[in-house]
Design a protein around this ligand. Structure first.
Ligand code: HEM
Length: 398
């Protein structure tokens, strides 16, 4: 196995055969002199839960972009995002974010997600055809995150485009000079935008998440404006395209398994379980990385300190030792927790919001357009985003 195997057209189209080879080769496969990869569920889970594994973002920036790169505002900004931090900084920032992002507050978003799904469908239903990525899966989570932050809806598209460009900073493969410049420019724009938003909210606070974060700061916690800006941008990146792509992947999986789709149409109570199964079957986030902070032994093998490990979440989700008949989409499946939201201290902060959005998206689409069919199911264009699996378009008719 080589890291370049993760960017071949065959892999992007269907990564699962390669994952099978990866799991069969042992708990770990060496992919670089100091880097390992794993696709086994038990190993992925153990490493994500382990305090001996951590994030070493700036080290990976140095390796990929050179010794001076950590001084760039782009990487400085990303390194303030709590996704990239270890305890105690991670604990502090995540704890503050949780105050504004807890289960009760997120549940109040369900009605908003349902109404937004209806409004989007109202826009294209009379045409009898649409691209469900551009007109449904992309805008739905974007509009919801804008509402959570109380940002003007007419700015959503511009923000979504900037965040999409910035999101490339999380791709495992290094960007070329042109992509790096584009990503840096997107970061500058977003920092400028959110710095102004913070000024406005400080002058006139509301009940939105940014105002809540500012209030947290005023309560004597040390949350700087730079930290607020970087972490609000993180919410945008982490919460938008992950969910958009996941809605697309779920629709593809269901339509490629028409008997499962029919089952779902007959019994909408299966929607929450179907969403979980789609997350397992073909997740939008396929991998994450950790570095051994000290030597750690897993499955009889020692991972030496300083080793970077690629944790293939998508491979873990198809591990037959964890899921019976893992290659079968089974919306009534009962056992197992997919790794699509990760595990341990970095377990997805927005997982409840993502589930709720997906339930609304699929539920409303099935209710409003029960005879919808995907017209290019055999000719899908899978994106080239490395760690963000999804289709670029999903044409449908009804
Ligand atoms: C973390 C996946 C939706 C916010 C993560 C992680 C994964 C993930 C795998 C852990 C990464 C790691 O361990 O390195 C997903 C998927 C989503 C989704 C597949 C959609 C289907 C969302 C949404 C939000 C969100 C809607 C918020 C609006 C976050 C944040 C983190 C995170 C803030 C960092 C947590 C931490 O480091 O403590 N997500 N996510 N995600 N996610 Fe999500």
């Amino acid at each position: 196995m080589k890291l370049t195997d993760l960017s071949t057209p065959a892999f992007l189209e269907n990564p699962y055969p390669l994952y099978e080879t990866l799991r069969a080769q042992g708990p770990f496969v060496r992919v670089a002199p100091t880097a390992l990869m794993t696709g086994r569920y038990s190993v992925v889970d153990a490493l994500l839960q382990s305090r001996q594994m951590g994030k070493t973002y700036m080290d990976s920036v140095r390796v990929r972009y050179g010794e001076e790169a950590p001084n760039m505002p782009l990487f400085q900004g990303v390194s303030r995002m709590f996704l990239m931090l270890n305890p105690p900084m991670h604990t502090r920032l995540r704890g503050l974010m949780m105050k504004a992002f807890n289960a009760r507050q997120i549940e109040t978003m369900r009605e908003l997600a349902t109404t937004t799904a209806h409004e989007l469908i109202d826009g294209f239903a009379p045409r009898k055809e649409a691209d469900l990525v551009a007109e449904f899966a992309f805008p739905l989570p974007l509009l919801i995150i804008c509402r959570i932050l109380d940002l003007p809806i007419d700015e959503a598209r511009t923000l979504g485009a900037a965040v999409g460009k910035l999101g490339k900073v999380f791709d495992p493969a290094p960007m070329n000079a042109e992509a790096l410049a584009e990503t840096s420019a997107a970061h500058d724009d977003l920092v400028g935008y959110f710095t102004k938003v913070i000024e406005t909210r400080r002058a006139s606070p509301g009940s939105d998440l940014i105002s809540v974060l500012l209030r947290v700061e005023e309560d004597g916690e040390t949350l700087t404006d730079d930290e607020i800006v970087s972490n609000v941008i993180l919410l945008f990146i982490a919460g938008h395209e992950t969910t958009s792509n996941m809605i697309g992947n779920a629709l593809v999986a269901l339509h490629r398994n028409p008997e499962q789709l029919d089952l779902l149409k007959r019994d909408s109570r299966l929607i929450p379980n179907a969403v979980l199964e789609c997350l397992r079957y073909d997740g939008s986030v396929q991998m994450t990385m950790r570095t051994a902070i000290e030597d750690i032994e897993v499955d009889g093998e020692v991972v030496p300190r300083g080793t970077m490990v690629f944790l293939m979440l998508g491979a873990a989700n198809r591990d037959p030792d964890q899921f019976a008949e893992p290659d079968r989409l089974d919306i009534e499946r009962k056992q197992g927790r997919p790794q699509t939201f990760g595990a341990g201290i970095h377990h997805c902060l927005g997982n409840r919001l993502a589930l709720l959005e997906m339930e609304a998206a699929i539920g409303v689409l099935l209710e409003r357009l029960p005879h919808l069919r995907l017209t290019h199911l055999d000719r899908l264009d899978w994106n080239k985003r490395g760690n963000l699996r999804g289709v670029t378009a999903l044409t449908a008719a009804w």
